[in-house]
Ligand binder design. Structure first.
Ligand SMILES: NC(=O)c1ccc[n+]([C@@H]2O[C@H](COP(=O)([O-])OP(=O)(O)OC[C@H]3O[C@@H](n4cnc5c(N)ncnc54)[C@H](OP(=O)(O)O)[C@@H]3O)[C@@H](O)[C@H]2O)c1
Length: 254
């Protein structure tokens, strides 16, 4: 990667996990629009190839860092780092969705979801930290959820994982905070991604959104990227350990 005269990379080097679709993909496009060099992660290599091709169309250098975040975090970080020549920003968006009420969710299923969504985030953060610390402006941004703060009935594992991720954000921010390294999170509300297509077609959910979300609509995937870009920016140099809610006002409503 070309270097500027002060030794920092000419393009920021950014890994986005869970970049093959949905919010992670929208975030990857946001960084591509800023001229970043990208590493994209997901478990499906063919889907990642297609995503990389679409991102490269705009002259963005893109490398693949495939793997399961819970099992392969060191290899994912190593692939991103090797392909980009270092890492300045890691955005962790990968997560599983397994919405099941308590009666249908035994302890093994609960544990499996925590493993994917919370332990996976920890593993990515842990593997990334030394490289982010070596950057001129290291940034770790987790994608949590308003489920970390407010609950819907029948979704205990996802809520526990996302609540844990908000706490992990604070914990890593406090442990690793330095002049150049910050750890923050975004908490999306209801976003109209492919994964939510079934929900979006449900009239009961449409009524809920209309009644409960002050902006009275779903979020568009491209509306999450600016929040992440801000937390990853030089302008956010004194923002550390926060979770920025992006939910159209849903969690502010009494
Ligand atoms: N959409 C919403 O309304 C909403 C609301 C609140 C929070 N969020 C959060 O935002 C993030 C993205 O949500 P989304 O709706 O865009 O989800 P999505 O469409 O289901 O995409 C999930 C992404 O993560 C990857 N992934 C899943 N498990 C993985 C694993 N173990 N290792 C590596 N990659 C994995 C998937 O690719 P592969 O399947 O190929 O691995 C995919 O790229 C998630 O953290 C989610 O919890 C979303």
């Amino acid at each position: 990667m070309t270097q500027t005269t002060n030794g920092s990379p000419a393009r920021r080097r950014v890994l986005v996990t869970g970049a093959s679709r949905g919010l992670g993909l929208a975030i990857a496009h946001g960084f591509a629009g800023q001229g970043a060099a990208l590493a994209v992660n997901g478990r499906d290599g063919a889907a990642l190839e297609a995503v990389a091709a679409s991102l490269r169309a705009g002259d963005t250098p893109v490398v693949l860092a495939p793997g399961d975040v819970a099992r392969d975090a060191p290899a994912i970080i190593a692939a991103a780092r090797a392909g980009l020549g270092g890492l300045d920003v890691v955005v962790h968006a990968a997560a599983l969705r397994d919405r099941r009420p308590t009666a249908e969710l035994d302890a093994d299923a609960f544990s499996a979801l925590l493993d994917a969504n919370l332990t996976g985030a920890y593993a990515i953060g842990r593997a990334a930290m030394p490289h982010l610390a070596a950057s001129q402006a290291g940034r770790l941004v987790f994608v949590t959820s308003i489920a970390a703060m407010v609950a819907r009935a029948g979704d205990p594992a996802y809520a526990a994982a996302k609540g844990g991720l908000a706490a992990l954000t604070r914990s890593l921010a406090v442990e690793f905070g330095s002049d150049r390294l910050t750890v923050n999170a975004v908490a999306p509300g209801f976003f109209a991604t492919e994964t939510n297509r079934g929900l979006a077609a449900d009239p009961a959910i449409t009524r809920f959104i209309d009644m409960r979300v002050p902006l009275r609509r779903w979020g568009r995937p491209e509306e999450i990227a600016p929040a992440v870009l801000f937390l990853a920016s030089a302008e956010a140099s004194y923002v550390n350990g926060v979770t920025l809610t992006v939910d159209g006002g849903l969690s502010a409503r009494m």
